[in-house]
Design a protein. Structure first.
Length: 250
């Protein structure tokens, strides 16, 4: 299934991305009233960063992912979880049956959809009164290491921006008229990686990839040089998992 952005070359690097904060997931699952056996549609499932905790919680998960390479890696990571099934589809057109799901999730994928169309599709998928969530991991840009990485990026791309992924999603959800009880959720997580692993994760950074163009390789090389110069085997990267959860309005 064709999408605007092709993640094929980034798929392997996505494996180095951090998991979502357990405390944030716990709050999300509690607000949504999730139980073992509930039927979930995880949209833009990528390489299963959100699919895995949903399945391990006991949910039956239909993972929807448009990119063949990402979907293949996701299948590999969930091969021992028979309650997970993988499907080709997008946030706007999942191809899944309507009114069948107790929960719909977008893990770091809502920002690459037409959000209004994705909300309409989500409303169609959900059972009455059930919940959806969109969430992302945001690096703490006040951390000294992350500040220097930001300086490297901004030096090469002065107008660099993160798009809608760092925006408050409340208004776009409310303006759809399709959801109520919109609740923000946050949780902190520290992800420890070697410099090589951090560089590999940056290779998956599609926002940077799109805006950098032919500068991408040189930016990654400068980040790699900076991290090597720190002389550390492991670097703790602070993240905030930010989520917006809302209930289907009827």
């Amino acid at each position: 299934m064709k999408t605007t952005w092709d993640y094929t070359s980034l798929a392997q690097s996505y494996l180095k991305r951090p998991d979502y904060a357990p405390s944030a997931l716990q709050d999300i699952f509690r607000i949504a009233g999730l139980h073992a056996g509930d039927h979930v549609c995880d949209i833009g499932a990528g390489v299963a960063h959100l699919t895995l905790p949903l399945a391990r919680f006991g949910c039956r998960v239909d993972a929807v992912e448009p990119n063949d390479a990402m979907r293949a890696l996701g299948r590999q990571r969930t091969a021992d979880l028979p309650a997970v099934q993988w499907f080709e589809g997008t946030g706007e057109h999942t191809g899944r049956p309507g009114g069948q799901y107790d929960f719909v999730s977008f893990g770091s994928s809502f920002n690459v959809c037409d959000r209004a169309a994705a909300l309409a599709e989500t409303h169609r998928l959900l059972k009455p009164g059930k919940w959806f969530v969109c969430l992302w991991n945001h690096r703490d840009l006040q951390d000294p290491v992350q500040q220097e990485i930001e300086n490297i990026i901004k030096k090469a791309i002065p107008e660099y921006g993160y798009g809608t992924r760092r925006e408050d999603q409340t208004d776009v959800i409310r303006d759809s008229g399709l959801f109520t009880d919109i609740t923000p959720v946050e949780g902190e997580v520290r992800h420890v990686q070697s410099p090589a692993e951090i560089v590999e994760a940056w290779h998956s950074h599609s926002t940077l990839h799109r805006q950098a163009g032919d500068k991408f390789a040189s930016i990654i090389a400068e980040i790699e040089q900076y991290l090597a110069g720190l002389g550390r085997d492991g670097i703790a990267i602070p993240y905030t998992t930010r989520a917006w959860i809302a209930r289907r309005a009827d």
